[in-house]
Design a protein around this ligand. Structure first.
Ligand code: SF4
Length: 352
């Protein structure tokens, strides 16, 4: 999605536009200060021929001011692949910026904080994927895009939460290794009628004889989405019987089963836009609840806001300004790894 304020350089106009959208969400004093910062970033962005990509989990003042494009991982990967800018500033976490670099080797790709990691990306290594391949010879590896470049390089194809089941099905084979998100693997297994196992890499060397499985998973989890409980959904429904519950597929299968809808962040945004229900519970990163509430002023968003991603939370307007001023933090990927990772990412983009 294109954001209209991305080229605005007048602090007054930026403040008015941000206030119109965010006055119920962000205190006025903060809006004034952030409007000035956002204008400074937009000026520098133009001067340096940069493009800013903003993930749906960015805090509301940033999300609604400086990004040229906002969206989920899949949409932003597509924008990264298509841009003609010299510099890509990725307002998201490191693995997202790496995906942009994988697709744009000649461009400078920046991530505004060097502390924007991800518990899923940290849960698996390239060596672990190679060990899985050895243990399950000939079985293709589907890797969730929430991984680092060296893990993508060991994979046959990547996927996002938008297209995970479609990517698995597109392979047309009986058995698939799916890493690293345990809950997403379980959710895909249910959606596609497959049986999933989670082998350890230490012993035994082979899965138990006669074990029936079509998905081989890994025990990675998103530290945000694993916190939601089916019990939370029941409690909220008791208090608000008309609430519509939306769960991200990184939530547990029990939470997904208790929800009315499960989909990627963009699928959730579209669901709320198209639905006429008055009240929603978004089981995902909390800043997104603010952003969806800002875009849908007539609808109430309930949030369980003890849950913010500590990695996404690292990305601020201040850091984004410094990123453009100092050209930091530059994403570098060894070419041999990038080329192999690009094959898996491009194959994902071809699936849609
Ligand atoms: S919300 Fe979860 S999956 Fe997304 S960056 Fe944070 S830890 Fe990683």
């Amino acid at each position: 999605m294109v954001v209209t304020m991305a080229r605005e350089t007048s602090a007054d106009a930026m403040y008015e536009a941000m206030r119109a959208r965010l006055e119920r969400i962000v205190p006025d004093v903060e809006l004034r200060q952030k409007a000035e910062l956002a204008c400074e970033i937009n000026r520098l962005k133009r001067a340096r021929n940069a493009v800013i990509l903003g993930h749906n989990y960015m805090e509301p003042a940033l999300f609604n001011s400086i990004p040229d494009y906002v969206g989920d991982s899949l949409e932003l990967s597509r924008q990264a692949a298509a841009t003609s800018a010299d510099i890509i500033v990725f307002c998201g976490v490191r693995f997202m910026a790496e995906t942009a670099k994988i697709l744009n080797p000649t461009k400078t790709v920046l991530v505004p904080s060097d502390r924007a990691g991800c518990s899923l990306a940290a849960s698996i290594t390239a060596a672990a994927v190679r060990a899985l391949r050895q243990r399950f010879p000939g079985v293709p590896v589907v890797t969730y895009v929430n991984t680092y470049a060296d893990v993508k390089a060991e994979s046959d194809v990547c996927c996002t939460s938008s297209n995970a089941a479609a990517v698995v099905e597109s392979l047309g084979v009986d058995t698939v290794i799916f890493v690293p998100d345990e809950y997403m693997a379980r959710n895909i297994a249910r959606e596609t009628g497959r049986h999933v196992i989670f082998p350890t890499l230490v012993s035994p060397a082979e899965p138990a004889a006669g074990l029936d499985y079509q998905l081989v998973g890994w025990h990675g989890r998103c530290e945000v989405h694993e916190q939601f409980r089916a019990e939370d959904v029941r409690t909220i429904r008791e208090q608000f019987p008309d609430v519509v519950v939306l769960a991200h597929p990184e939530c547990s299968p029990e939470v997904v089963a208790a929800a009315d809808f499960s989909g990627s962040t963009t699928a959730m945004v579209k669901f709320v836009e198209r639905s006429s229900a008055p009240r929603y519970l978004l089981l995902t990163e909390c800043a997104m609840g603010d952003n969806v509430a800002a875009a849908n002023p007539g609808k109430e968003m309930l949030r369980l806001c003890s849950v913010r991603c500590p990695h996404m939370n690292q990305i601020t307007l201040e850091d984004t300004l410094r990123s453009l001023q100092l050209t930091q933090y530059v994403i570098d990927i060894p070419e041999e790894i990038r080329v192999r990772a690009a094959r898996a990412v491009e194959r994902m983009l071809a699936v849609g």
